[in-house]
Design a protein around this ligand. Structure first.
Ligand code: PMP
Length: 450
């Protein structure tokens, strides 16, 4: 056998052995997952992961292996463990689906778990829908969006049309950014509690999530030190979402500056999800893409105009980033529905102030009710939610959410937003139903824990 053949044979054997070991590793991870689930523990244990990282780094030195390659490989293994253990997590979406199933059986449900405004889009939407057929919008079009809409968005974003890409909702923008800008084994920093899609998109693409846990006690504020502690050579992106879903927290200008400084020092992409930008009640902190070339800002018509089901949003970024993202958009969608882009264009002139006022007053009602029944939380600076816990020790919000659903009220369990099993999220819906829902919540809470 030639030398090459011999080496090839060895490589085959080693690869097959590695696959067998992967099977053993995955089986054990599953068993750990079952044990964690029965003990009510969260899936990711960052301390254990860090300890393993340190061991791998040490081994790399001993055997003279490139540490960056090894840690990327480790990240893939860690992600596999997270994937096999993540099946049972209850999120606002799973609660919503359960609530929907009950409604189909004829039960009445008060939806405090949903992430959408419960009022109608502006009348302009109706008119635009009536016009769109005759206007002839309805062909294949440019993947980045129809020029009229891109232009209109660029005017208010104070940037060039080249910096804008229309996409079917901010969710798709987030997906495109994470999937096209990062590679398997890279790392992304997510500040929790967080909307679950950042983590799930990363997991789906083989990207390792490093979470930063913020707490009620520190007013949901991350520290730059926490961020610095998780940055390493594989770190490529940090996600910001202010006003935040689920806490409603806004970030101070000073903290944002410091985070941006850190991102620049480490050459990280900054993915800033500003979908609640119009629902900010304490002065807006608008990330400016021109301040940092590696920022990607996602926005949407979903919340500001109550157009969640229309599926339309946009991304602001450097043209080179937009180009990368639009390639995957072309591949997967061809283009965003032209009629809906036309509707968005018409609605873009409508001031969302009325909706902001509505959401603000609903949040005030929610805050008052939540205080009256003794929930513990930080008053939201924006968005549409309250993220709260109770005074009861060992309170399990997932179990409570399921019990509450039996009484006709759906809430979003905190575990969907990170390691927050004792918290739940309530959406600010219309006053009458909100008050009714909060009354039932209070009664079920007292019946269960007093
Ligand atoms: N980002 C955040 C923080 C959200 O809460 C949501 C919706 N729940 C989205 C993005 C998705 O928005 P869209 O409907 O535009 O996809």
């Amino acid at each position: 056998m030639s030398d090459i053949e011999e080496h090839r044979k060895k490589i085959e054997e080693i690869t097959l052995e590695m696959i067998k070991l992967l099977k053993t590793r995955t089986d054990i991870a599953k068993q750990i997952g079952d044990a964690k689930a029965s003990l009510g523990m969260t899936v990711t244990d960052e301390e254990r992961e860090d300890a393993l990282r340190t061991q791998v780094a040490k081994l790399c030195k001993e055997i003279d292996l490139d540490q960056s390659t090894a840690s990327k490989f480790l990240n893939l293994l860690l992600n596999e463990s997270v994937k096999v253990q993540s099946d049972n997590k209850q999120t606002h979406l799973s609660m919503f689906l359960k609530a929907k199933a009950l409604e189909e059986e004829g039960k009445k449900i008060i939806h405090l778990e949903v992430g959408e405004p419960d009022f109608k889009p502006p009348e302009e939407v109706k008119n635009a829908l009536a016009e769109v057929y005759d206007k002839g919008y309805g062909k294949y079009g440019h993947a980045k969006g129809i020029p009229e809409l891109r232009k209109a968005l660029a005017v208010k974003e104070n940037c060039s049309e080249e910096n804008i890409m229309v996409c079917p909702g901010a969710r798709f923008g987030v997906y495109l950014a994470i999937t096209t800008l990062l590679n398997p084994g890279d790392e992304i920093i997510v500040i929790e509690p967080a909307w679950p899609a950042y983590k799930d998109c990363a997991l789906n693409a083989g990207i390792k999530v490093r979470t930063i846990k913020t707490t009620l006690e520190t007013k949901w504020e991350p520290s730059v030190e926490q961020i610095n502690n998780v940055i390493n050579e594989n770190t490529k992106m940090i996600v910001l979402n202010y006003p935040n879903n689920p806490t409603g927290k806004m970030i101070s200008e000073n903290l944002l500056d410091n985070i941006m400084q850190t991102a620049k020092e480490h050459d990280l992409y900054v993915l800033s999800d500003e979908i609640y930008q119009d629902y900010t009640f304490m002065g807006l902190i608008d990330m400016k893409m021109e301040d940092y070339k590696k920022s990607i800002i996602t926005k949407s018509f979903s919340k500001s105009y109550a157009m969640t089901g229309y599926r339309i949003g946009w991304v602001v970024a450097e043209p080179s980033i937009i180009d990368k993202m639009s390639k995957l958009q072309t591949l997967s969608l061809t283009n965003v529905s032209e009629p809906i882009q036309y509707v968005a264009l018409k609605v873009w002139d409508v001031d969302p102030f009325e909706n902001e006022r509505k959401i603000k007053s609903r949040l005030e009602v929610l805050v008052k009710n939540a205080k009256d029944i003794g929930l513990e939380f930080i008053e939201p600076d924006g968005a549409m939610y309250l993220f709260a816990k109770t005074k009861y020790k060992d309170f399990d919000a997932t179990k409570f959410s399921e019990k509450l659903l039996e009484h006709g009220v759906a809430i979003a369990p905190g575990e969907g937003f990170g390691d927050y099993k004792e918290f739940f999220r309530i959406t600010a819906i219309d006053e009458t139903r909100l008050i009714e829902g909060m009354k039932i919540l209070d009664t079920v809470l007292k019946e269960s824990y007093e």
